[in-house]
Design a protein around this ligand. Sequence first.
Ligand code: ADP
Length: 498
Amino acid sequence: MTPDEGPQDTVSRVPSKTTASLRSPIEVEVAERLAWLIRLRWLAVVGTLIAIAVADQVVPGTLPLGALVATTGFIAAYNLGLHFIARRLAGIPDDARRARYARRLIHFQVVLDLLCLTVLLHFAGGIDTPFWAFYVLHIIIASILLSPLSAYAYVGVAAVFYGTMVLLEFFGIIPHTHLNGMACPGHYAQWTVLLSTGSAFLATLFFSAWMATSISMRLRARDLELVRLNVELEHRADELGELNRRLQEIDEARKRFVRVAAHELRAPVAAIQSYARLILSGYVPAERQEEIITRVEQRALELLDRINDLLILSRIQEHVEKREQVNAAEVLEKVVELMRPAAEEKRLRLHVEVEPDLPPIFADREQIQHIWMNLISNAIKYTPAGGYIEVTLSHRPTSIIGSVRDSGIGIAPEDQEKIFQEFYRTEEAKQMAPHGTGLGLSIVKQIVEGLGGRIWVSSAPGKGSKFTFVLPRSDVPAPAEPAERDATDESRPPWPGG
Ligand code: ADP
């Protein structure tokens, strides 16, 4: 790990796929801060030149002006080079790559700056000059722009540079610049001075690094938290948008349903009202009155049927149900008993086949009864006299499968989805059985899906239909998918030979 990998580590601990985008703004801004550092150095160059000029006026002939100006010139020269490199770096489109290069360049600059500062300090009086405080600036910059580890590493680098310089002067290996009037001659060669200045130097630098890194770490953590919250907010906004869209869809469906329901209820009421008006206005001769009243009764019964179906539908939607362990075979047996007379009246052969040892399902008994009643009564209603109806009930590893097959009028492919919508009736069905609510299959579908199952139809016009539904068994754990689908059933023709 390089010293500057610290802040990235914090980023990588943030969970989820958003990690890549979760970069603290400080991280992303490293490249921009590089330009700021270069601008800061121009200021430092100008400041140093002014300080040299002032010192020359105040203590003329004390400082080696040539060496100081040459060092400052060197700083200006590498700053110019850095300026061009930074401009090229700004052109890198990838944020992460740009930040990585910028961070390396910042390391390079800090080392170079520390070195030049040490050289300047050497020419400006070595241990006697108070300007060693400028090391602190570099430590703060490293703490802000790099990792905490880097900041402490640079405390060490500064200590090595500064320590080497004062020790070389101490042992007379390099000459010491004496600051007239500011320090006693020989001051730099005393152990006590060396130790006190050295410890003040180290303590100041360490304390600065500690303060600056703890502040910048806290800022980074807060920055990161803000970025995380922002990403979370965006997610929430997306979710809310999706929920809103679904609510709008539901609202649209509800409005459509109310419109269609009102229309469907209005038709029989309007018919009853016009028959009543005919009788009341005396247009119906006495011998036809019974016929008209019979029609009124028929329309009233039709209306009652629709209202009953609507009530069932709303009970299902409000989940008013009493679930218990239900044996679908028992329910089927009772329904068949009830329906058989109607089938026999139409001379339809009604064949029932139930697999033995059928497992239970967890459902509302009345609803299961409703499924069978609806599918079998439809088969009777839409199968011409002399036809055939076959009802089967079997089980699979996680579900039970029921089917009602008939040799009736069949359903055109384009109608097969629509018949599960409220009030939809095919033209052929209307001709064959004028009275129907068009609500039965919609109720069946909602019951089946409410129980975690599925229902579908396979049919061909004139060849009959087969309705199949699957419901999850209650004696085994639910499968990952909703109740499994008997795919082979769909591909088979509904009625061999029609
Ligand atoms: P209804 O039978 O009262 O019209 P359903 O909701 O039960 O209402 O059925 C909707 C429509 O589906 C029917 O009008 C008919 O067009 C079609 N349908 C249902 N069952 C069959 C079937 N066994 N054979 C042919 N068509 C059917």
